[in-house]
Design a protein around this ligand. Structure first.
Ligand code: CU
Length: 463
C-alpha cells in the first residue's frame, strides 16, 4: 500500500494520465480538451441577501454575480476552466458526475495538490455525457460548500428536444442565525445522525423565487441538490411534471412526478407542462418532514402554446458502458456507524470526529493518511457493488469517475437508472453494476458532508 504523500500523489497522477492516453481514452474522457478557451472560475468571499433579517457576510462563491453560478458545456466538446483561488483557504474543484480523467477530478491528495490562496489550477476535459451536473470544492468541504461554493453544470446536447423555456435551480440551505450571519456549520450529535440542517432554505439563493414561463408551454426544469445535508421529497402542484432525467442520465422510461426522494448531490430534470391560463402558479414543493415547503414557483405568461409532453422527443442516452453482469466480480460495501473515535487533522477540514465507516474503515477523505483502497479494479472489467446500509439513516453514496446502473434493491422495485449517486435507505441492500473503464483512484463517499468527513469515505483504484 503506497503512502499518499503529495510527491507520490503527483507521480501516481502522471501515471494515470499516461494510461488514459495510451489506452485510447483521450477522446472519450477528455485528453484532447486543451484547445478550449479557459473559463475563469475565481473563488471569492462576498456577501448576499439570503435571509429577511439582513445581508449575510462571508458568503463564498465562484465569481461575484450575486447569484449561484451556472457553467455550460457541450457534450463531446472540449471544456477548460482556470480555478483561481481568491479565498483565504486552500481549495479544488470536483465536477460531480462528469466522467473525466482522474487528474481533473479535484480530490486533494488523491488526484491533485490543493490550490493555495493566490494560486491557480487549470482543468481541461471533454464531457462525454449531456445532462445536469454540478461542481464544488473537495477541500474543507463542509465550510466551503456550506458558505456557498456550489454551481450547477448544464451539459448541452445539440440533439436535445426543443423546450419553450429552461429553468435551472440550485437548491440548498444556509445555516444562519437570527441576524442573518453564519452560525456553526455542524453539531456533532447531529453529524452522528442525519446531519445538521440549515436554517434558511433557498433556490438560486432566494427564498421561493418565481420564474415566468409560457402558458401551455414545456419547461425544462433542472434541479440540483447542492445542500450539504438535506434529502428532498419533490412534488409539483398545479401542473403536470414528467421525470425525464435523474443524475444527468435520461430515465429508462419517463414517469409522472408523484413523489420523488433525492439526496444531496443528486439532480432531477422535469418536463413541466405549464397551465393554459395566463397567471397560473405552479409550485415546486419539498414535502419531506412535517411541513411541506414551497421551493420555487413558475408563473404562466401569454397565450397558451398548447404543447403536449407526449410530443417531446426522447433524450439521447449517454454513452455509458453496460456491465457484463454474468462475468462481473462483486465488491461488498457495508455502510455502518463506527465506535472508533479518532480523526487525523487535515488542512482540508477534519471535523475532529469519526462516526461512520465503509467496510469498517472510517476515513474522512481529503487527507494524507495512508488508507488502502476499498478495492483494486482491472481497467475494462465489469463489477457489481453489493452495497448494504446497516445504519438507521439514508445515505446518498456518490462514486467519482464512472457511472453505474442500478440493478436491484432488497426493498423495492427500482428502474435501471444510470447514475453517479444512489440514495440508499436504512436496511436496504442494493446492487450497482458498472464497467471500470476509467483509470485512477476514484472516491466513493456519502454526500451528506458531515457523514463523508466523519468517516463515510473510501476509494477504488482502477488500473
Ligand atoms: Cu451518509
Amino acid at each position: 500500500m503506497p503512502i499518499l504523500t503529495r510527491r507520490n500523489l503527483l507521480k501516481a497522477s502522471a501515471v494515470a494520465g499516461a494510461y488514459g492516453v495510451g489506452l485510447g481514452f483521450a477522446g472519450k474522457f477528455g485528453g484532447r480538451a486543451l484547445a478550449a478557451e479557459p473559463q475563469v472560475l475565481k473563488t471569492v468571499k462576498t456577501q448576499a441577501s439570503l435571509a429577511d433579517s439582513g445581508v449575510t457576510r462571508d458568503v463564498l462563491t465562484y465569481g461575484d454575480a450575486g447569484q449561484p453560478p451556472v457553467v455550460r458545456m457541450r457534450k463531446g466538446e472540449p471544456f477548460a476552466a482556470r480555478l483561481i483561488n481568491g479565498i483565504d483557504d486552500p481549495t479544488t474543484i470536483h465536477w460531480h458526475g462528469i466522467r473525466l480523467p482522474n487528474k481533473m477530478d479535484g480530490v486533494p491528495f488523491l488526484t491533485q495538490p490543493y490550490v493555495y490562496t493566490g494560486d491557480h489550477f487549470d482543468y481541461a476535459f471533454t464531457p462525454p455525457d449531456a445532462g445536469t451536473f454540478w461542481y464544488h470544492p473537495h477541500c474543507n468541504t463542509l465550510i466551503q460548500m456550506g458558505h456557498g461554493m456550489t454551481g450547477v453544470i448544464v451539459v448541452e446536447n445539440p440533439k436535445d428536444p426543443t423546450f419553450d423555456s429552461e429553468v435551472v435551480l440550485n437548491l440548498r440551505d444556509w445555516r444562519l442565525g437570527g441576524d442573518g450571519q453564519f452560525i456553526a456549520q455542524f453539531r456533532p450529535r447531529d453529524s452522528a445522525k442525519s446531519g445538521t440542517y440549515g436554517t434558511v432554505r433557498t433556490a438560486n439563493w432566494q427564498q421561493q423565487p418565481q420564474y415566468d414561463a409560457p402558458s401551455g408551454g414545456l419547461v425544462r426544469l433542472r434541479l440540483a441538490i447542492t445542500d450539504v445535508t438535506r434529502i428532498y421529497s419533490f412534488r409539483m402542484d398545479g401542473a403536470q411534471a414528467t421525470v425525464i432525467a435523474i443524475d444527468g442520465n435520461p430515465v429508462p422510461e419517463r414517469f409522472p412526478l408523484d413523489l420523488l426522494q433525492l439526496g444531496p448531490g443528486q439532480r432531477l430534470e422535469l418536463a413541466v407542462r405549464m397551465p393554459d391560463e395566463e397567471g397560473a402558479i405552479v409550485k415546486l414543493e419539498d414535502i419531506r418532514g412535517t411541513t411541506p415547503k414551497v421551493l420555487a414557483t413558475l408563473r404562466s405568461i401569454g397565450g397558451s402554446l398548447k404543447r403536449d409532453v407526449r410530443d417531446l422527443a426522447p433524450l439521447e442516452d449517454n454513452p455509458v458502458a453496460k456491465a457484463d453482469i454474468g462475468a462481473a466480480q462483486h465488491i461488498p460495501l457495508i455502510l455502518s456507524a463506527t465506535a472508533e473515535n479518532t480523526s487525523a487533522d487535515s488542512i482540508c477540514g477534519s471535523l475532529g470526529y469519526s462516526f461512520w465507516a465503509i467496510n469498517k474503515v472510517p476515513w474522512p477523505g481529503d487527507t494524507p493518511d495512508p488508507t488502502a483502497p476499498l478495492a483494486e479494479l482491472k481497467l475494462g472489467k465489469s463489477y457489481v457493488l453489493d452495497m448494504e446500509n446497516v445504519t438507521p439513516h439514508a445515505h446518498p453514496i456518490h462514486l467519482h469517475g464512472m457511472s453505474f446502473t442500478v440493478l436491484s434493491s432488497s426493498t423495492r422495485q427500482v428502474p435501471p437508472f444510470v447514475s453517479d449517486t444512489y440514495l440508499i435507505q436504512p436496511d436496504e441492500k442494493v446492487q450497482l453494476g458498472f464497467v471500470a473503464d476509467n483509470s485512477g483512484d476514484w472516491l466513493l463517499h456519502c454526500h451528506i458532508i458531515e457523514h463523508q468527513k466523519t468517516g463515510m469515505t473510501s476509494y477504488m483504484r482502477v488500473a
